[in-house]
Structures are given as C-alpha cells and as structure tokens.
Design a protein around this ligand. Structure first.
Ligand code: HEC
Ligand code: HEC
Length: 300
C-alpha cells in the first residue's frame, strides 16, 4: 500500500467514525424526565422514573411481573373467559401504565385501598381491577387469589419502583377538567371523528385487528368495546383521556404542523363516540348507592 492509499483509508475511517458518532445520538431514546415524589403534605422527597423493563429480570418475582405485564397487554387473548370484548387493559392504560394523564398504574399500589364514589366503599386493588374486568372489559371478575391477579398486582408493584407507601409520584392519572362547562356538539364531534380518529378506530368504531385477531386499534363502540358501566362511557372520563392521549402519538406539545385537540374538540368527539351502541351493564343500577348519581351517569 502506498502512502496515498493509507491516507485515503485513514480519512475514510475518520469520516465513517464521525458519522456513526453523530448518528448514535439519534439512536438512543432520550432519558425519561424525572418526576417528583411527594410525601403526604406535598413536600418533595425524591425523584421517580419508570423502572426499565430489562431490569425486571433481576427481581425475585420476575416471572410473575412478566406474566402480569403480558396479561395487561394481551388480556383478550390470555383471559378469554373473563374478557367479554376485544380490549386489553392497556388499550386504555397507556404505555403499559407508565404515562401520566393516560390512566397510569404508577401510584396505584400506594393509593389502594381507596374510597371510591361509585360503590360508596373502600376498594382494595383486587376489587378495583375486577371493576375494570366487569365494565371496561365487559367481562367477569377473576379470582382474587389467582396467579393471574397476583401477577397484575406484581407488575403494578414493580412499576411503583422504590416509592414507599405514604408517598406518591406527583402526577395526575387524568386531567379531570370541568367538562360540564363545555357545551358538547356531537355533530362537530362526528367531523372530528372522521378526520382524526376513523383512520385507526374505523368508520364504525370497530377498530382494526391484525391477522391473529388481536386489536391493533381498539373498538370505540359496538360489541367489542367497553360497556355502559365503564368510566370511559362517561363524558367526564372520556374527554380528558382523549384530550391527552388521542390521536395517539400526538401530545399537546406536539411540534408545529401536528394537529392536537382542544378541550372543546375532546368534549365534542367524546359526545359523539360515547353514546354509540355498546354492551349494557345491568348492575349499573347498584352504582352510587344512597347518593345522587353524577350528571354523566349512563342509564342507557
Ligand atoms: C375502556 C378503557 C379501560 C380498560 C380497557 C381498562 N381500564 Fe382500568 N381504568 C380505566 C379508567 C378510565 C380508569 C380511571 C382512571 C383514573 O381516573 O384513575 C381506570 C382505573 C383503573 C385502576 C385504578 C387506577 C388507580 O390508580 O386508581 C386500575 C387498577 C385499573 N383500571 C386496572 C385495569 C385492568 C387490570 C384492566 C384490564 C383487566 C383495565 N383496567 C382495563 C379505563 C380502562
Ligand atoms: C394513529 C392511530 C390512532 C388514532 C388516529 C386515534 N387513536 Fe385512539 N387509540 C389508538 C390505539 C393504538 C389505542 C390503544 C392504546 C395503545 O395500544 O397504546 C387507542 C385507544 C383509544 C381509546 C381507549 C380504548 C377504547 O377502545 O376505548 C379511546 C377512547 C380512543 N382511542 C379514542 C380516540 C379518539 C376519540 C380519536 C380521535 C380524536 C383517536 N382515538 C385517534 C390509536 C389511535
């Protein structure tokens, strides 16, 4: 090799290395910003980041945590006897329960047992999970002492990281804005649905399945969707969920050019899809016993 060839190779190596170094910055996902952990008085006591999935394997109960993660992701496929529609838990609990304002499981273990208005009772975590089985999944409860229940609880407990009982990560599960202050316009909601939702959720709310019969895009109404007793059937729940999570992949702080929803848009489109036909929940008559039912209670 003469000197010329050597320097050409050397320059080539430097150029390729420089290019790879530059590119590598784009291959690593940015670190998740830390969330603040607060004590019962709201004082900051630490930081929280969702634990990394690969670190699950180091846990003593790794098998159960992983099984729980699968059950929450693939509920309809793995628990056909208990799921009466096509949904998975994580059809609504966004990013495997790791997303603030997307009905996360981050504080769930620390927040239960908890008083809930709907049954007017203190529920433990197992009862709360079964509430979603009966309503959101239009199904039947699973045995509270089953391996499956334990696995889902173990996943949620793992997700809590080292935030101790009595402390919580300073986030909201949903942005419960005052939906009643907006006048819903379902006709405008239909226009928004056609433009911004139908491509994934289907012209008739039927969603879209892959070749194995699992939902890629879950159903928003019809037999395969949540029933009348589900939180998502209520305007006060559907509107904030849609506001912060849909169309999927587009946040409220989206870069220029992406279309995001306003609160009025979220209210209008929710007024359109929530009232579409869906399975009934006859036991809804027992909800809010002895207290006035909320304005968005779904009797039909
Ligand atoms: C159709 C949507 C939907 C589906 C599907 C769904 N959920 Fe939920 N779930 C909700 C909503 C809405 C809430 C109330 C969110 C809030 O304000 O905390 C909720 C609340 C919960 C809570 C209480 C969280 C907390 O910290 O208070 C748990 C636990 C839960 N769901 C578990 C499950 C499990 C397990 C499944 C599957 C068997 C499931 N959910 C399926 C919509 C859904
Ligand atoms: C790019 C595809 C896409 C678009 C567009 C989209 N969604 Fe979704 N939506 C999803 C996916 C995927 C999920 C399930 C969550 C997951 O898998 O992470 C979901 C979940 C939901 C859920 C909870 C699950 C269920 O079946 O009830 C609702 C409600 C919802 N979307 C409403 C809307 C509304 C309203 C719009 C329009 C404003 C919209 N979505 C636009 C993909 C989309």
């Amino acid at each position: 090799m003469n000197k010329g060839t050597v320097s050409i190779i050397a320059i080539a190596v430097v150029v390729v290395a420089a290019w790879m170094w530059n590119e590598s910055r784009y291959y690593d996902a940015p670190a998740t910003p830390a969330l603040t952990v607060v004590d019962a008085d709201g004082n900051a006591v630490g930081e929280y980041r969702p634990p990394l999935a690969r670190d699950m394997l180091a846990e003593e109960n790794a098998d159960s945590i992983i099984y729980g993660m699968r059950l929450l992701n693939e509920t309809a496929r793995l628990l056909p006897d208990n799921v009466g529609n096509g949904l998975n838990c994580n059809s609504c609990h966004m990013a495997q329960g790791k997303r603030p304002l997307g009905a996360p499981y981050i504080n769930t273990i620390n927040d239960y047992p908890k008083f809930m208005g709907r049954p007017q009772a203190v529920l433990n975590i197992q009862e709360r999970i079964n509430g979603c089985f009966r309503r959101s999944m239009n199904g039947t409860p699973i045995d509270e002492s089953s391996e499956e229940m334990q696995a889902m609880v173990d996943y949620m407990d793992w997700l809590r990281g080292d935030v101790e009982k009595g402390h919580r990560v300073d986030i909201k599960n949903m942005e419960y804005f005052k939906v009643a202050e907006y006048t819903p316009d379902p006709v405008r909601g239909e226009e928004i649905y056609v433009q911004q939702c139908a491509a994934c959720h289907g012209a008739n709310g039927e969603g879209m399945k892959d070749q194995f019969g699992d939902f890629i895009f879950p159903a928003l109404w019809g037999d395969e969707s949540f029933n009348l007793g589900a939180g998502m059937a209520r305007m006060s729940r559907a509107s904030p969920f849609v506001l912060h999570n849909m169309p999927i992949g587009v946040g409220l702080d989206a870069p220029l050019g992406q279309i995001t929803l306003s609160k009025q848009d979220a209210v209008d489109v929710s007024a359109y899809f929530t009232v579409k036909p869906r399975p009934d929940f006859p036991d809804k008559i027992y909800d809010w016993p002895g207290v006035p039912k909320p304005a968005d209670f779904r009797s039909h």
